[in-house]
Design a protein around this ligand. Structure first.
Ligand code: BGC
Length: 235
């Protein structure tokens, strides 16, 4: 399971509501291919998303194993929710299906959890939120993940959830200025709730954050969602 340099290659895949991205990481987690992207198929049913991943995989050369960040709750490779994809994902054994298709071992984790694994320092309370089609969240204590924390669908303000207030639909409807004001309120509310040492903000729309951020809040690039893929095999 090794290449000419004795290194295991991991295909890292990030499934989002608007795009599916992939690239190959070496054993240290360093990217060794260019990131490839295709639009998320619509309707985003399991078989067509698996086809899209297979297409991306073909463009990435040789790899030995696969890590996937999925935009919903994932338990033991089975997808339990998929608010921004399709209801056919509920109860779907994704890890097994993708492993059979690619003929490689596959591990699947929530997308925000994977992004967090690529971002955290591993000390203290670290919270990660992702701003994209949906609102992702991940919590770590001394580097240990509290899995599947679905803050996006939790009440935030005005009878709406974090995702309803800060997801891409709200950003497009209300514009960047209002969305940034909402985000500022969300950051304050999360600081009160978690008293985190550091909050990381990632996801495709993090580039639109235009705020004076507190010192313990950091923007992270969207590629972090793929970099976290190496951590899924650390055991
Ligand atoms: C899902 C989360 C996901 C987030 C970002 C939410 O709608 O429920 O599981 O992490 O979107 O993709």
């Amino acid at each position: 399971m090794v290449d000419d340099n004795g290194s295991i290659r991991t295909l890292s895949v990030d499934i989002g509501g608007s795009g599916v991205k992939a690239m190959v990481l070496d054993i240290t987690g360093t990217p060794i291919t260019e990131r490839a992207r295709v639009d998320t198929p619509s309707p985003a049913k399991p078989d067509v998303v698996i086809n899209a991943i297979a297409l991306l995989a073909d463009s990435q050369g040789n790899f030995h194993r696969v890590s996937v960040g999925f935009p919903g709750v994932v338990r033991c490779g089975v997808t339990e929710t998929a608010v921004n994809l399709h209801s056919d994902w509920i109860g779907f054994d994704f890890a097994t299906a993708l492993s059979q298709r690619l003929n490689k071992p596959v591990r699947v984790i929530n997308d925000a959890d994977m992004q967090g694994l690529g971002a955290i320092a591993g000390k203290g309370v670290e919270l990660v939120i992702t701003l994209g089609t949906g609102f992702g969240s991940a919590l770590f204590v001394d580097g240990k993940l509290v899995p599947n924390m679905e803050m996006g669908h939790h009440q935030f303000r005005k009878g709406q959830t974090y995702e309803e207030q800060l997801g891409r639909t709200a950003l497009q409807k209300y514009g960047e200025k209002k969305w940034n004001r909402r985000l500022e309120k969300a950051i304050a509310s999360l600081q009160h709730l978690f008293n985190y040492d550091c909050l990381y903000i990632g996801g495709g729309e993090a580039v639109k954050v235009n705020l004076q951020l507190p010192l313990n809040v950091k923007l992270i690039p969207n590629v972090t969602g793929l970099l976290g893929g190496i951590a899924l095999w650390r055991d």
